[in-house]
Design a protein. Structure first.
Length: 277
């Protein structure tokens, strides 16, 4: 199992009071880069959607389904990186959030099922040199036996850990969540999908993307959350909390109220009572 050295307590700032962990694909980016790659140069959207459905129905774990998607892409890896850097764009407000976070000593840590060179490449292009101040915890691309990354069919995904998710995001967050109260920063997390749920449970305030699966999961599993549409609403909430104008508990109780009122972009399930604390 992967361990963490609590890097966010010293990089890029020492002893931060807040840490922002975030999913990458579909949360910072507008499109999911792995879905995009599978749909356009892999085995296609239909098989990908079936793979996701099999995961939701419990017929397959995410680890195996995602490997099949990545295995269907045979283009040399450096070309995949270039292709995604060209075609994936960021949430239009992410940079504004990020510059504010840097100015306020709040580390931003990306926790992703994607692969380092892809995430680095996209951030380098769209965030600029300050992207070096974002720590990235994710999967890797490695050469297949006897092959190299830059040949056709030459790469495969190497998972972060042994979990059924390939990358169990809670492993990265939990050591921070378990710090003694006087050393423990407030933990924020933003995500959109099923793989974010394990991480969601470890945070103080979860931002779940409007209209996406994570909202339904949180409502069903009683995980408190607040709904975001883009990073401008995340920034507004985080600013209020950092300024002491709003409590994390207040923000975290808002999601279920929005969900029940049909304002979270997903169909509410009437039977849920929302007694999440
Ligand atoms: Mg995502």
């Amino acid at each position: 199992m992967a361990t963490t050295d609590l890097k966010a307590l010293r990089f890029p700032f020492k002893d931060p009071k807040f840490i922002f962990f975030t999913d990458f694909d579909g949360t910072i980016t507008l499109k999911d880069s792995n879905d995009y790659m599978t749909d356009t140069i892999g085995y296609g959207a239909e098989k990908r959607k079936q793979g996701n459905k099999d995961v939701l129905d419990g017929k397959k774990n995410f680890r195996d389904a995602f490997r099949e998607m990545m295995d269907s892409i045979t283009r040399p890896f450096p070309q995949c990186v270039d292709y995604l850097v060209e075609n994936i764009t960021l949430d239009p407000h992410f940079n504004e959030y990020f510059q504010w976070a840097l100015a306020n000593n709040i580390p931003t840590v990306v926790v992703s099922s994607g692969m380092t060179p892809v995430i680095r490449g996209i951030l380098q292009k769209l965030v600029g040199p300050d992207c070096d101040k974002i720590d990235i915890v994710c999967n890797e691309a490695v050469p297949r036996d006897g092959k190299s990354l830059d040949e056709e069919g030459g790469w495969q995904i190497q998972y972060h850990d042994d979990s059924g998710f390939g990358h169990d995001k809670s492993l990265t967050l939990r050591p921070y969540a378990q710090l003694p109260a006087d050393k423990r920063p407030t933990l924020f997390y933003a995500g959109d999908g099923v793989s974010d749920l394990s991480a969601a449970r470890e945070t103080d305030l979860l931002f779940a993307k409007k209209g996406h699966d994570l909202i339904t999961y949180c409502a069903r599993e009683n995980v408190p959350f607040t709904v975001f549409e883009d990073w401008s609403s995340i920034l507004a909430t985080v600013k209020q909390i950092v300024a002491g104008e709003r409590s994390v508990q207040d923000a975290a109780s808002q999601g279920f109220a929005d969900y029940k009122a049909g304002k979270a972009g997903v169909e509410p399930i009437a039977a849920l009572n929302g007694n999440a604390k």
